[in-house]
Design a protein around this ligand. Structure first.
Ligand code: GTP
Ligand code: MG
Length: 196
């Protein structure tokens, strides 16, 4: 879906190691295991982002560069870390710091498992992002694991639940990183944020 080169650039576990804001960027967030790293691999058709069936796998902020025009950012999941409140929160702190201060961040894609929809931790994050005016778009993931009819229901429900947020009023997208359903559409949406 992208013809440009896609390469890993850097990771950060603290604010000091955030890379300079050289290019526009889009970021993927969501609960642990929702499929953030997989979706990056699907849209770029490269196996660069590390995935795992163990929740809490990605533990740093990871920048990938798409042909000198855009950064795609893989972030640690939340929910899993929230449960073990002590360490939380180094990761969550870091992630929130990133999400709310990064000026070159053009869009945040918040992923939801199509089987589960919005959970409390998603609402917690959405409230913070909304307050900070971070433009956020919802993506339903793992569409291959759900009947088409169920996805339609989930779509309607989530769209309704999002009405209380002002900065998430963008169409809900549905994808599968396994069958690639919805992936070309997401990729072309992301192309719109590229530096021209
Ligand atoms: P953390 O880094 O732990 O926060 O997880 P993540 O959100 O990056 O999830 P990851 O992409 O590592 O995927 C988690 C698991 O879900 C892996 O076993 C993937 O193979 C699986 N998975 C991801 N996307 C899909 C999908 O579209 N369909 C199906 N069936 N499985 C998926
Ligand atoms: Mg990951």
């Amino acid at each position: 879906y992208f013809h440009s080169k896609f390469v890993y650039v850097a990771s950060a576990k603290s604010k000091e190691s955030f890379i300079p804001e050289k290019l526009p960027e889009v970021a993927f967030i969501g609960r642990s295991n929702v499929g953030k790293s997989s979706i990056i691999n699907a849209i770029t058709q490269r196996g660069q982002a590390k995935t795992s069936d163990k929740p809490g796998f990605t533990q740093s902020i990871n920048w990938y560069e798409l042909g000198s025009t855009l950064y795609i950012v893989d972030l640690p999941g939340y929910g899993f870390a929230f449960a073990k409140s002590q360490k939380v929160d180094q990761w969550n702190q870091l992630t929130l710091e990133y999400l709310t201060t990064r000026k070159s961040l053009k869009r945040v894609f918040l992923l939801l498992d199509a089987r589960h929809g919005l959970k409390e931790s998603d609402h917690e994050i959405l409230e913070i992002l909304d307050k900070e005016h971070v433009k956020t778009q919802i993506v339903l993931t793992k569409g291959d694991l759900v009947e088409q009819k169920e996805i339609a229901k989930r779509f309607t429900l989530v769209t309704e639940e999002l009405k209380k947020y002002h900065h998430t009023q963008l169409p809900v997208i549905s994808v599968s990183s396994k069958t690639f359903g919805g992936i070309p559409e997401l990729a072309s949406l992301i192309k719109g944020f590229k530096l021209r």
